[in-house]
Write a protein that binds this ligand. Structure first.
Ligand code: BES
Ligand code: MN
Ligand code: ZN
Length: 507
């Protein structure tokens, strides 16, 4: 889809369709008022007849409105003017895009970016509109024999801005929004792929293709089981030992900082391409959704796409920790004791708590990069869903400032997180009779004890852990990957890139 910005008045627009907001109850936005005036009250007459109340997401198409050059006007309900917040704004854009796309409007000029959203500037409104539009149009149909292709899909959107002085930040917002939307799509595509196709080798080949297309400042290393054995990554390897798909850890190194030696930001993604639970096997209901247990790795891949596309002035290392947890004669057993790369030993009490085993060795491995920050992203615990539900990603960290930076990036990006406390009291739940710790903390505070487990391997640097078990995919009618938290981490990196303009700060 093609996006652009311009600044003009609605009656002069020749686009196929003009999109304008109507507030509840039947109140004009300033653009709607202008259109009503030039059409000699045509729109107010319709509203008086009760055709549109203005509730969020309501739509009404008008054709050949007197004195208006465009063929059509799409009126879209925006709710009460004073109550227009970020969530409603995105909902309105979503409804707009779907209505346009489903009614053969191939082009439109959208005046919704002129609406007032509390605390948000033009950059934010345009960028969110681009990201939301791309998200609304996403489909994953490559395995469908009959693809329902639209005859006249939406191709082009122009966002109108009230003053010419906003055009520059509008253009920047489109550039950033498109890059982020592309990263989100890349993450969703990888995540939605079935587990018979998307195994660790598939993740590695994607990582390789990405790095090779930016070969002047990006390199890739893929570690197989042999290399990981030599390093001593026994916990990671133990998880994959029951699978016929080889465990592969892909490490993408991007040098965007003019100082090549500047300490990197490291992103580590849990990449369980399927999690059956292993010998501590999961119930069969919904087990298919455990193909999504690689969404952390998909997030890292998506964020690397964004960083490379925007050529961010940072050094970033992305690690996709690919692995498969299966049931087999070679599988890891409950009771096994593993010596991790850090030297600490772990008694396995549940083979379904495998994510932390893969991640602990990866967290130790990345020490060698002398990282400024390490962030891991993982569909780690069902307990996180119980704690926070499906709207918020769980955030744990060993450093307050990093935690605050991630929280504000999340608010800016509309991809929200909520902190969970990593307090020492929980560490006791990991005590083992026979090894340094167990991999199981019991039911109370299960998301936190998983975080505590990881914290023992992240003591040498500033570290944050994002538990995306509840946010990485939707079940039910809208089943599919969400691409979260690509937007939030991209925002974090944009903020870290310290753009001189005001765009990285919310106003
Ligand atoms: N991948 C799962 C966590 C998960 C479950 C994410 C459901 C999203 C939906 C993870 O490997 C797991 O199985 N965790 C166990 C840990 C427990 C055995 C301590 C869990 O949450 O039940
Ligand atoms: Mn598991
Ligand atoms: Zn898992």
């Amino acid at each position: 889809m093609h996006f652009s910005v311009k600044s003009g008045s609605p009656e002069k627009q020749r686009s196929a369709c003009i999109v304008v907001g109507i507030f509840e109850p039947r109140r004009f936005s300033s653009i709607a008022k202008q259109l009503d005036k030039i059409s000699k009250g045509y729109i107010s007459a319709l509203l008086r007849r009760g055709e549109l109340e203005g509730k969020v997401g309501q739509t009404l198409f008008l054709h050949h409105v007197p004195n208006v050059l465009s063929e059509r006007i799409l009126l879209i309900g925006c709710g009460k003017e004073r109550e227009l917040d970020e969530r409603k704004y995105k909902q309105i854009i979503h409804e707009t895009i779907n209505s346009l796309n489903n009614t053969g409007s191939m082009e439109a000029i959208c005046f919704l970016t002129e609406l007032h959203v509390k605390g948000r500037n033009t950059y934010w409104k345009v960028r969110q509109a681009v990201e939301t539009a791309q998200d609304s149009l996403y489909t994953f149909n490559q395995f469908k024999s009959n693809k329902k292709e639209l005859r006249r899909p939406l191709r082009k959107i122009v966002f109108n801005l009230s003053t010419r002085s906003e055009l520059i930040s509008g253009e920047r917002a489109i550039q950033h929004g498109l890059a982020i939307a592309t990263g989100i799509k890349a993450a969703k595509d990888l995540s939605n792929m079935p587990p018979n196709i998307c195994n660790s080798a598939y993740l590695a080949s994607h990582a390789r293709l990405l790095a090779n297309s930016y070969s002047n400042n990006t390199t890739i290393m893929v570690f197989g089981e042999k290399e990981m054995k030599e390093l001593g990554m026994n916990a990671y390897l133990a998880v994959g030992q029951g699978s016929t798909n080889e465990s592969l850890m892909s490490v993408i190194e991007y040098h965007g900082n003019p100082d090549r030696e500047a300490r990197p930001i490291v992103l580590v993604g849990k990449g369980l391409t399927f999690d059956s639970g292993g010998i501590s096997i999961k119930p069969s209901d919904n087990m298919n959704e455990m193909k999504y247990d690689m969404c952390g790795a998909a997030t890292v891949y998506g964020v690397m796409c964004v960083a490379l596309a925007l050529n961010l002035p940072l050094n970033i290392i992305g690690v996709l920790a690919g692995c498969e947890n299966m049931v087999d004669g070679h599988s890891l057993r409950p009771g096994d004791i593993l010596t991790t790369l850090s030297g600490q030993t772990v008694e396995v009490l549940n083979t379904d708590a495998e994510g932390r085993l893969v991640l602990c060795d990866t967290l130790t491995y990345v020490e060698r990069f002398n990282p400024e920050i390490v962030i891991d992203i993982a569909t780690l615990t069902g307990a996180c869903i119980i704690a926070l539900g499906h709207h918020l990603t769980g955030l744990m960290s060993n450093q307050n400032q990093l935690s605050n930076e991630l929280r504000s990036a999340a608010e800016q990006a509309g991809d929200r997180v909520w902190p969970l406390p990593l307090v020492d009291e929980f560490q006791e739940q990991l005590e083992s009779h026979f090894a340094d710790m167990t991999n199981l903390g019991g039911r109370p505070g299960g998301a936190i004890t998983a975080g505590c487990f990881l914290s023992r391997f992240a003591q040498k640097y500033h570290w944050a852990h994002l538990d995306i078990a509840g946010t990485a995919w939707n079940s039910g009618k809208t089943k599919g990957a969400t691409g979260r938290p690509v937007a939030m981490l991209s925002q974090f990196l944009l903020n870290r890139s310290a753009f001189s303009c005001d765009e990285s700060i919310d106003k």
